[in-house]
Design a protein. Structure first.
Length: 257
C-alpha cells in the first residue's frame, strides 16, 4: 500500500540532500542548452563539483525544435566526434554535414551528463551574482515561478569557484556583471559587444573561439559567447555549440588543476 506522506517525505529529503551537496561548487553552470550540458559532462567526468541551474522546466535550450520546429539538427565534421561520445545516432547528408534527431540529441546529452555526475536544478533563476576581490564567487538564485510572479521573496546563494554563462543569446549572467560589478569585461570594448546577424560559417568557428573567460572567474559558452564577444549567430547547426561546451570545460579543468 502506498503512503502519500512517505512519498512526500522521500521527495523532500532527497531534494534537500542533493541541494545541500551543491551549495559549495567548483563550477556553476547557468543555462541548460547543449553547450552547458556538454560542459557539465566533461567537468563531471573529471570529478569536478559541478551543478547546472536552468530557469525553465525543461533542459535542452533551443535544440529541441531543430530548425523552425523541424526537429532535426545539423552537425558539421568538426563536431561529429561529440555525437559519438554521447552515443547519438546520426546520418551523413553530404560531405561534412551530418543530421541527428533533435529529441534524441537533447535526451542523450542530458542523460550522459547526469550519469557522469552533473546535478541539474530546473525552474531556478539566477537574479544576481556574488562577487569578491578576485572576481565572481557564486550565484544568487530564486525559483523561476517566484521571479515570474514578481513576489517579494529573498533568494539564496550558491558558492562557486567558477561560473559558466550558457544562457544563450541574452548572456544573462554577463549582463548582470556588466550592470552591477566594478571593472570591465575582457572584450574589445570592455562591455558586451553584441550578437551579429546570421552567418553560419563564421558563427560556428567564433562560438568556439569566444568560449572563454569574460570576467574574472566567469566564462561564457554557446551563443552567450558570441553575444558577449561580438560575433554572428549560426542557426540550427550545432557543432560549434557542442565544441564550445567542451572547450570551456577544458579551460576550467586546467585552471582547477
Amino acid at each position: 500500500m502506498l503512503d502519500e506522506l512517505i512519498i512526500t517525505r522521500a521527495i523532500i529529503d532527497r531534494f534537500i540532500e542533493k541541494f545541500k551537496s551543491c551549495l559549495d561548487l567548483d563550477v556553476a553552470i547557468v543555462g541548460g542548452g547543449p553547450a552547458g550540458l556538454v560542459a557539465g559532462y566533461y567537468l563531471a567526468k573529471n570529478n569536478i563539483r559541478v551543478a547546472m541551474f536552468e530557469k525553465k522546466l525543461s533542459i535542452g535550450g533551443g535544440m529541441w525544435g531543430g530548425g523552425m520546429m523541424f526537429n532535426e539538427i545539423v552537425v558539421q565534421e568538426d563536431g561529429r566526434f561529440i555525437l559519438d561520445e554521447f552515443n547519438i545516432n546520426y546520418s551523413r547528408y553530404e560531405d561534412g554535414y551530418y543530421t541527428a534527431d533533435s529529441i534524441e540529441s537533447v535526451s542523450a546529452l542530458t542523460n550522459s551528463s547526469v550519469r557522469a555526475g552533473l546535478k541539474i536544478f530546473n525552474c531556478v533563476s539566477v537574479e544576481d551574482v556574488a562577487v569578491r576581490e578576485d572576481g565572481v564567487a557564486g550565484l544568487v538564485i530564486q525559483w523561476s515561478p517566484v521571479e515570474m510572479a514578481k513576489l517579494h521573496v529573498d533568494p539564496l546563494v550558491i558558492k562557486s569557484k567558477f561560473v559558466i554563462d550558457a544562457t544563450g543569446h541574452d548572456s544573462n549572467i554577463v549582463e548582470i556583471v556588466q550592470k552591477k560589478c566594478e571593472g570591465k569585461l575582457f572584450t574589445k570594448t570592455g562591455n558586451i559587444v553584441g550578437e551579429r546577424s546570421l552567418w553560419a560559417e563564421v558563427g560556428e568557428k567564433t562560438t568556439v573561439d569566444n568560449s572563454k573567460e569574460a570576467y574574472p572567474n566567469l566564462y561564457v559558452a554557446g551563443m552567450a559567447a558570441n553575444n558577449v564577444f561580438g560575433s554572428n549567430r549560426m542557426g540550427p547547426v550545432f557543432g560549434g555549440m557542442l565544441l564550445s561546451g567542451k572547450k570551456v570545460a577544458e579551460d576550467i579543468i586546467n585552471k582547477l588543476k
